[in-house]
Design a protein around this ligand. Structure first.
Ligand code: GLN
Length: 287
């Protein structure tokens, strides 16, 4: 090694350095590996196979910078610009929420419903497109519309459709239903809306500190948007259609009463792996 290279780290040294930097975090080892793979454009087995390889100056600088951002709490998914969801590899950025594993339960719930073969489906507040794209990939015979009020999020969702095998989804710029002028009749409306209470302490911890508040919070009780969605969905559902909502762990009963007041029937809750009711669904029958 020449003198000029003496300060260059090997893969093993870079990994050990990052683990030390990130030791106050939740997952120093996993985070270090993901960040290092991102910088080296390699998979994790490469790190274990070539621990003695040195990083280039540029790689070392980039790795140092992103590890430092991670140390300050910035989400791994934003640092590497991607996150897996369902069977998809999604690009993510600060225009929208990072897809969560628990939202896969919403996808499972939607897929288990008794729907027409050529169902007309809407994902409200699609963000990265995660839910719409998961449904389109499982049910190519469905017509899926992904709605978001943020143009950057829709551009990201459209890119994700292309990157995941040209999945077919109609992207619609709209604040909830406001721009859906021709009153489409959906067989299914799914949504993972903002539902966190605006003054919740939860917003001070972890990744959510860096995610857009508009995708997370919804008034003091967290139900402001869900009220609008329940109220308006009835106008956009075919008779016998379903509304499926992801929500916070203490909101099921309030949402059931909103749904019942609006005239929905067959309200049901779905529990997550922690035993919390995190999804509520109901059927719309035209009066
Ligand atoms: N499920 C998200 C979280 O726990 C909240 C996102 C949302 O409001 N839809 O961080």
């Amino acid at each position: 090694m020449s003198d000029a290279d003496a300060d260059r780290m090997t893969i093993a040294q870079a990994k050990a350095w990052a683990v030390e930097q990130l030791k106050a975090g939740e997952s120093p080892s996993v985070d270090s590996r993901i960040l290092l793979c991102h910088v080296l454009k390699c998979d994790q087995s490469y790190l274990f196979t070539w621990p003695e390889k040195t990083l280039s100056r540029q790689q070392q600088q980039t790795f140092t910078e992103i590890t430092d951002k991670r140390r300050q709490g910035y989400p791994v998914a934003y640092l590497v610009g991607r996150r897996s969801f369902w069977n998809l590899d999604l690009q993510v950025n600060e225009s929208t929420l990072i897809p969560r594993p628990e939202t896969e339960l919403l996808v499972e719930t939607a897929l288990a419903l008794p729907l027409p073969h050529h169902a007309n489906v809407c994902d409200l507040g699609t963000g990265t497109g995660a839910i719409a794209l998961a449904l389109a990939s499982e049910k190519p015979e469905w017509t899926v519309t992904g709605v978001d009020r943020i143009a950057d999020a829709l551009a990201l969702a459209a890119r994700n459709a292309i990157l995941n095998g040209n999945l077919c989804v109609n992207w619609q710029l709209s604040e909830w239903f406001s721009a859906l002028t021709n009153e489409p009749q959906f067989d299914l409306i799914v949504t993972n809306p903002p539902y966190v209470e605006s003054n919740s302490e939860y917003l001070e911890q972890g990744d959510v500190r860096f995610e857009p508040k508009s995708a997370l919070t919804s008034g003091e009780d967290g139900l402001k948007d869900i009220r609008i969605i329940v109220q308006q969905s009835a106008n956009f559902l075919a008779s016998g259609g379903w509304l499926v909502i992801e929500h916070g762990f203490a909101q099921h009963e309030a949402i059931v009463s909103l749904l019942s007041q609006r005239g929905f029937s067959e309200c049901q809750g779905v529990t997550d792996l922690n035993g919390h009711l995190r999804i509520t669904l109901a059927k719309w029958q035209k009066p």
